[in-house]
Design a protein around this ligand. Sequence first.
Ligand SMILES: [Zn+2]
Length: 160
Amino acid sequence: MECEICGKAISDHPKRVKIDGSIMAVCDECAKFGRIQKEPPKPKFRKQNNKNKNTNKRQNRRNDEPQEELIENYNDIVRRKREAKNWTREQLGQKLNEKVSVINRIESGKMVPDTKLIKKLEKTLDIELLETYNTDDLKQYVGTSGSGVKLGSIVKIKRK
Ligand SMILES: [Zn+2]
């Protein structure tokens, strides 16, 4: 192998340098004239990937998992609605296929019903016990309406 600049014989590993925009295999001495080419920095690339992954994760959580929470006074709602229907705790228990002790504890607020039981309560009593939190969506709406004005003025500027 010969140096592409001076023609001197190079033993094993020629230096790869960039000279005037082209990459050349050269000897040690000629390497001084150009910039030594290196492999693209891999750690940096990997870091960027992780960053993208995190972003996606955050977006997925925001879009796919709306936060549903049991309302604070669920026990009052259950009790009032049951009384409005003139059902005893025993009757409600039978309809839900739950023990009376479960109804007692739910109505006294000592027991937080699980999702399955919440759904049964909602259906049987015709009530809503879950609140959906969408604070992120709210922020997005505000952002959209705010930038709408700006977008309009950009279009106007471009038309000039
Ligand atoms: Zn050379």
